[in-house]
Design a protein around this ligand. Structure first.
Ligand SMILES: Cc1cc2nc3c(=O)[nH]c(=O)nc-3n(C[C@H](O)[C@H](O)[C@H](O)COP(=O)(O)OP(=O)(O)OC[C@H]3O[C@@H](n4cnc5c(N)ncnc54)[C@H](O)[C@@H]3O)c2cc1C
Length: 381
């Protein structure tokens, strides 16, 4: 077999995982990252069973594990402290939480160890004739495979002749990563709800806590940073101590967004990760989908030398998992953001139904099952 080459736009979770997987299969791989370094923001990330299976196959998980934390339970509580939903996190629902930087460094090291080249300060501007990418320095890089893993605003995807868009949703999220476990003594994640605001609190490692705060964009007080400690504490009286600590902590604010991408496969070009299926983070599955899709891409490329055929088959076989998850993530966002106050009394019933009715829960969490849904046995490769 001749040496196959791949040029990858984006050194995030998707680009680095793909680089590691392909390089392990003997491809010559180059990753272009526009940033000065491989870097993530200061926040935590939920890594679910599907992601863990890929990280295990990459040999990354065992090394990462001591730096993160395995959760045993997930709860939803209303602001008065009442428990509204509880799930045990085991088997296909197993979840670990890491600091994002820990995860990205693990993937970077795996890609480098497998022989991939990573070039930082290298911005990709477009795909050229479906066979190459162009970088901001004017150079053209040809390859057998082009991977657009350059995130929601993907320059590569936008340069291709197909319908695609990135829409900002009117929901904001603030994320904090703070030292210590004062507010997270148990190995569980709790999401607290008050009207249309939510606060997620989870341990993110042996000695770190990850907090996210979500609110509709129209909520001007919730949008403020540094956060309005008094207002948030009034809405979540049980979390007043945590709010005081967060008032002094650095944070980042984002809007939720969603990517519609007509095709993931165009000849030798594969659109991967958020560039293909960016979704609201309501189910904590963006990276999970990205990792299983990277794994599946390498899997189909292993079956044949015909790169366009492998890329087409990849989209055909695995895309439905991401499409369905994206649709549920958007519904979840709508439900928590737009649910009318006059129907508040019905909320506990709906929350209960999603927790208890197996069909609804499994349908919403389809991605937890990973690539077995697409008939790919990860034990066999
Ligand atoms: C608030 C929030 C919380 C989330 N929480 C979770 C969670 O708990 N669990 C989970 O599984 N997922 C979560 N996600 C989703 C997850 O972060 C993403 O799905 C994942 O990061 C996608 O990886 P990616 O590599 O496709 O894209 P990105 O992470 O966006 O990486 C793209 C990379 O490409 C680089 N780049 C961009 N443009 C160019 C260019 N033109 N040239 C070169 N490089 C370029 C960027 O600098 C970046 O490094 C969350 C997302 C958000 C917004």
């Amino acid at each position: 077999m001749s040496l196959r080459t791949a040029e990858i736009a984006g050194g995030g979770i998707g680009g680095l995982a793909t680089a590691a997987l392909l390089a392990r299969d003997g491809w010559r791989v180059r990753v272009h990252e526009r940033g000065e370094q491989i870097r993530e923001i200061g926040a935590g990330i939920y890594i679910k069973n599907n992601s863990i299976e890929v990280l295990e196959r990459l040999g990354v998980f065992e090394r990462l594990k001591p730096h993160g934390l395995q959760l045993h339970k997930a709860e939803i509580r209303f602001a008065d402290g009442s428990l509204r939903q509880q799930r045990t996190l085991a088997g296909l629902s197993r979840v670990h939480v890491f600091a994002r930087q820990t995860l990205i460094e693990g993937l970077r090291d795996a890609a480098l160890a497998a022989g991939a080249e990573i070039i930082t300060n290298s911005t990709v501007t477009e795909a050229v004739n479906g066979r190459a990418i162009r970088t901001a320095d004017g150079r053209t890089h040809e390859a057998d495979l082009i991977v657009a893993a350059d995130g929601v605003g993907s320059a590569v995807r936008n340069s291709l002749p197909m319908r695609s868009s990135f829409r900002i949703l009117p929901t904001i999220i603030d994320r904090f990563l703070i030292e210590g476990r004062e507010f997270t003594p148990e190995d569980k994640t709790v999401e607290h709800w008050s009207g249309n605001r939510r606060i997620g609190v989870t341990p993110a490692g042996p000695n770190q806590t990850y907090v996210y705060m979500v609110a509709p964009e129209r909520d001007a007080i919730a949008r403020q940073l540094p956060l309005d400690v008094r207002d948030w504490s009034e809405r979540f009286p049980k979390l007043a101590g945590l709010m005081a600590a967060l008032g002094r902590a650095p944070s980042t604010q984002f809007n939720y967004g969603v990517v519609d991408c007509e095709k993931w496969a165009m000849g030798r070009v594969a659109i991967l990760g958020d560039a293909a299926h960016g979704l609201p983070p309501t189910l904590g599955q963006g990276a999970g989908l990205t990792l299983i899709n990277a794994y599946a891409l390498a899997h189909f490329l292993r079956q044949t030398q015909d790169v366009p055929a492998a890329v087409a088959q990849w989209e055909q076989r695995v895309r439905f998992i991401s499409d369905r998850t994206q649709a549920w993530a958007c519904r979840y966002d709508w439900f928590t953001r737009q649910w009318p106050t006059r129907l508040d009394a019905m909320r506990p019933l709906i929350t209960w139904a999603f927790g208890r009715i197996r069909y609804l829960n499994e349908s919403m969490r389809i991605a937890d099952q990973g690539l077995r849904l697409a008939g790919i046995d990860m034990q066999r490769g």
